[in-house]
Write a protein that binds this ligand. Structure first.
Ligand SMILES: C[S@@+](CC[C@H](N)C(=O)[O-])C[C@H]1O[C@@H](n2cnc3c(N)ncnc32)[C@H](O)[C@@H]1O
Length: 211
């Protein structure tokens, strides 16, 4: 099975135009966070943010700065349950790769981690980080959460950290997760949810998806 790369060119053909606009806005934001993490002022990013969200400080400090500086997660999904040796883990919206690298330590040499992200600069940064760390059981693919570049029934565990809130097609993302999970598979997710409804006028502002 082959998969095209090239970012938004791979977008499902039937997507609404405004969804594509949202994607472009979100992608522009994460392109900036990949190349210049200190430019992010609205949300916490980087190693201190990870520690505040519950990551093991020693584990974070064991990572070189390029691995943690663009961390933009909103929680600690790997803290939600076991990650077993030999498992295949999919990290959707893998960013610069921090969660994928931590998962790769847990699954060991018989296991595998696949990171998928739609922002080419994040995928490149994660791949450079992978080489920097000498990790051989992780790989990064450019792709969309709404059209995952993976086979059916191919992973034991899906993790994501701050991904679903960014997608205008949340149902499609969930359908894709269920497609790629093996029977009995698990999902460990950290995300932003709203407890009260958001006014339509707010939803319609493009900037709200990325700012
Ligand atoms: C909030 S950041 C979190 C990155 C990473 N999980 C971390 O904890 O640092 C969200 C990531 O998801 C990616 N992303 C957003 N929407 C996506 C989508 N529909 N498909 C694939 N990746 C997406 C962005 O490019 C970005 O790298």
């Amino acid at each position: 099975m082959g998969f095209a790369s090239g970012g938004l060119e791979t977008y499902p053909y039937n997507v609404l135009m405004e969804d594509k606009d949202i994607k472009e806005q979100v992608q522009a934001r994460f392109r900036r966070i990949a190349s210049e993490p200190s430019s992010e002022t609205r949300f916490s990013v980087g190693p201190e943010s990870a520690k505040n969200l519950g990551y093991d400080p020693q584990e974070i400090d064991s990572m070189p700065s390029p691995v943690t500086e663009s961390f933009a997660g909103v929680g600690y999904p790997l803290g939600l349950g076991p990650v077993c040796e030999g498992e295949t883990v999919l990290d959707i919206g893998s960013g610069a790769g921090l969660d994928a690298f931590l998962a790769s330590r847990r699954v060991g040499p018989r296991g595998k981690v696949i990171g998928v992200d739609m922002t080419p600069e994040m995928v490149e940064k994660a791949e450079t980080n992978r080489q920097r760390l000498g990790i051989t059981n992780a790989e990064f693919r450019e792709g969309l959460a709404e059209k995952l570049p993976l086979e059916n029934d191919s992973v034991n565990l899906v993790i994501f950290n701050g991904l679903l809130n960014l997608s205008p097609q949340k149902g499609q993302v969930v359908a894709e997760i269920y497609r790629v999970l093996r029977p009995g598979g698990r999902i460990y997710a950290a995300d932003i949810i709203l407890e009260e409804g958001v006014a339509q006028a707010t939803v319609e502002k493009l900037g709200q998806w990325s700012d």
